[in-house]
Each structure stands twice: as C-alpha cells, then as structure tokens.
Design a protein around this ligand. Structure first.
Ligand SMILES: [Zn+2]
Length: 70
C-alpha cells in the first residue's frame, strides 16, 4: 500500500511538472499542442480530435476545459 501511494505521488509530481512545462509554451498537455491524438488502435481512426482543448492545441483552452478539476 505504501509503495502504491509513493508511486501515485511520483506520478502526480511528474504530471504537474509536465503541465507546467506545457503551460509555459501554451500547448495542450493531452495532445502536446497538435490538436489531435494519435491512437494505436486498429479499430478506431488513427487520429482523434483532442477533446481536452477542442482540437485547438492550446494550453489556455485545455485549462478552461479542465478548470473544474482544481
Ligand atoms: Zn489537446
């Protein structure tokens, strides 16, 4: 259980750091500023419009969409 929570906090720290980096360059963390997400699934289209930033690729858009998550 302890290892699990340690891993969880490590993951969250990395995620936060990554989000801060993306904020600096104003790029959506989900699609890395591309506006779409490449999937490896053979059952779906290879690229999907990014739901998190409305396929704008901008961090500011992503932040608005995700602001209620605190
Ligand atoms: Zn995006």
């Amino acid at each position: 259980m302890k290892v699990k929570s340690l891993l969880f906090s490590w993951f969250n720290k990395r995620k936060l750091k990554y989000h801060n980096q993306m904020k600096k360059i104003n790029k959506c963390p989900e699609c890395r500023g591309h506006g779409f997400i490449i999937t490896s699934s053979t059952y779906l289209a290879n690229s999907l419009e990014c739901y998190a930033c409305n396929s704008t690729g901008r961090y500011s858009e992503w932040e608005q969409e995700n602001s209620d998550q605190s």
